[in-house]
Design a protein. Structure first.
Length: 263
């Protein structure tokens, strides 16, 4: 019997009703005026509730619309918020489910990843994790149905270990890499803007050593991507940089969100 990982944060981080969810994502996407000339190889996108970070995430996802039907695999990495473990964790299920339908796992790519010593199966790391789940409705809307995912929850790992995983899964333009990360957490508005600007400059410079844990909750997968991007000669571009004070209005204790594309 095929196993399905059901949605854990539908109705909390994003709408549980399929039509409302689709309309919400489309509204975010249609509100973007992208200058992307070609689909990126990789993106960094935030993972908060859609009311907070959805518009920022959409600024990167809209760049993928020309790749609909061409991208067959999405390597999806995000920090583990609920379970502590070493290395990177993959689930043992066959599908991730959202209100928009089932997303299959790419079993061949998962087998390749688990051939590395830092990658292991740990269903508990995925059962209630939101950092990967909230990306799926955006991917379903922009890419359609013909893609599989390689979901990797990142625990206590080094950037080099993440980069090694990315290297074995890198492949060609049929493979997209998505790193899920918010930026600074719970600073006042002006402090957050300063910190997030520093982080964005480090991402654009492909300098993982300049990003510390207080600057990005997904610091480790971000740093791993920067190492891989440098190795493959990619360049990074900031397409949006805001925080919850900009998107939701409360500027007392904000969370930062950035969207980045890599070509």
């Amino acid at each position: 019997m095929e196993q399905v990982r059901p949605p854990a944060v539908a109705g909390m981080f994003y709408p549980a009703d399929p039509e409302q969810l689709r309309a919400t994502v489309e509204t975010f996407l249609e509100g973007q005026h992208t200058g992307c000339h070609q689909p990126p190889k990789a993106v960094i996108v935030p993972h908060a509730g859609y009311v907070y970070s959805g518009p920022v995430a959409a600024s990167a996802y809209v760049c993928l619309r020309p790749a609909r039907g061409k991208i067959r695999r999405v390597v999806l990495l995000g920090p583990a918020h609920r379970v502590a473990f070493s290395g990177l964790a993959v689930p043992g299920v066959d599908y991730f489910q959202t209100p928009l339908g089932l997303v299959p796992l790419d079993k061949e790519a998962l087998e390749t990843a688990t051939g590395l010593p830092q990658v292991r199966r740990l269903d508990e790391a995925h059962a209630f994790e939101h950092s990967l789940e909230v990306q799926l409705p955006f991917l379903q809307e922009v890419l359609g149905e013909n893609f599989g995912i390689v979901p990797l929850a990142v625990g206590d790992a080094s950037p080099q270990e993440v980069a090694e995983v990315l290297e074995v899964l890198w492949d060609g333009p049929e493979t997209l890499i998505v790193v899920s990360s918010d930026l600074s957490h719970y600073y006042d508005y002006d402090t957050a803007r300063k910190l997030d600007t520093i982080t964005s400059r480090a991402i654009e410079a492909l300098d993982p050593g300049a990003i510390h844990f207080e600057q990005a909750c997904g610091r480790t997968p971000v740093a791993g991507l920067l190492l891989a991007a440098r190795h493959h000669g990619l360049r990074a571009e900031t397409v949006d940089l805001r925080n919850s004070g900009d998107t939701a209005g409360d500027k007392s204790r904000v969370v930062g969100y950035g969207a980045y594309v890599f070509h």
